[in-house]
Every structure is written in structure tokens, then in C-alpha cells.
Write a protein that binds this ligand. Sequence first.
Ligand code: SAM
Length: 216
Amino acid sequence: MDLEAVNREVKREFEEEWAGTSVENLLITNQYPRAKEEFACFEKFLPKDDLILEAGCGLGPKLIYFTQKNYSMVGVDYVFSALERVHQYNPKLTLAQTDVHALPFPESSFGAYLSYGVVEHFPQGPQQAILEAHRVLKSGGLIFMMVPADNPLSRFVYDEQNFLHKLRRNGLIRKLMGKPPLQPQEETQPISNYTVERKCVAFSRHRNFRSSTNNL
Ligand SMILES: C[S@@+](CC[C@H](N)C(=O)[O-])C[C@H]1O[C@@H](n2cnc3c(N)ncnc32)[C@H](O)[C@@H]1O
């Protein structure tokens, strides 16, 4: 597999995704019961008196939420256009464009590191990003890394070869639904959702992290 090509394609997909929505739309998702439950859970652990990094903040719904709750947040992403729009929404937020594999911060800068839906997109696996998170975290700092659940249902949903996805791409079906045919670029296999939950946990245990899944 050409890892660089896959990573370029993932970035392009995110650029497109963020171009098609708004900060305001994503802030609505913070009101979903699942999100509220998740935030309440994190708030039990996140330090109020230390910097918290959100690595891969996108259009910033979590960054904005936790900032409003008086946490000292820093948001980074490699999609500059997304950061520009977060900045327009709130020019006081601290943002930087960077790759999560090479963060522009000294060692031991943060009390916590948040990562929502980021590392499962890396065809090379999450290890390098976790090591970089470890580098910028203070001793005893916390990593919250959300990745999709690895179970038969999620494997089916994300399998681009399943019959539902094939139907969705089928030219005749698209015509019947009044949709334009897919362009060749859109027909390439999406790369996203490389499921890494078990790899994250196994790797982090190996590096002597205390880890827990779904049981905070
Ligand atoms: C699924 S989105 C989640 C965005 C945000 N955390 C949220 O919950 O709305 C993943 C984000 O990670 C960013 N990302 C992916 N790989 C990255 C990398 N190597 N370096 C920096 N950002 C990255 C993408 O641009 C995207 O904004």
C-alpha cells in the first residue's frame, strides 16, 4: 500500500468534508444525548488548571465546548481552511496548523490530549501519533483517544464492498434517485475508518500507559 498516497487522500477527504458544513452545524451535535454523556464523563478527568490539546479539532465543536466550560484548550489540525473558520467563529481560540505526528510543542506541555476520530484514518496505524502525544504530555497527563468500535456491525457499515455501498454507487440506482453519476475520483475506495481500537490499547499497554476502553 502506498501510505503517502492514502494519507494525501484522507486529507483531501477531510478538506472536502469541512468545506461542506459549518461550525454552527457541528455545534448542534454537542447537544446530542450521547455527546452530553461523553462530555460529562471527560469532565470528571480533564484538568482545569492545565493546558489541554485537541489534536485533529476540525471545525472545533469539542474545542469550543470545552473552552466555554473554562478549560484552557489548544486546537490543532492539518486542514488550514477548517482552522480559519474556527478562528472566524471565535478569534480568541488558540489554534495551530500541524500534523499530529510532529507537533510544534516542547515535551511535557499539556495536562491532557484529546483525539476524536483521528488515528483510525492512519493506514500506518496509530503508534507514531500516540508516541507524539506522549512526548507533549506531562508526566501523569491523560490521553483520550476516541476510535470507532470494532464489531461486526461497524465492520459491515464501513466495508465499502458491502452490497449497500455497491448499490449507493450504482449508476442506474443513482439515476433513478435523481443523483448525478459519480466522478472517477469519487469512485476510488474511501480510506477512512481503519479500525484501530485494539491496536491503540495493545500499543499503549506495551508503553506502560494505564488504558481503559468504554469504562471510564
Ligand atoms: C473525524 S474528524 C474529527 C474532528 C473533531 N475532532 C470533531 O470531533 O469534530 C478528524 C480530524 O482530524 C484531522 N486530522 C486527520 N489526520 C490528521 C493529521 N495527521 N494531523 C492533523 N490533523 C489530522 C482531520 O483534518 C479532521 O479535522
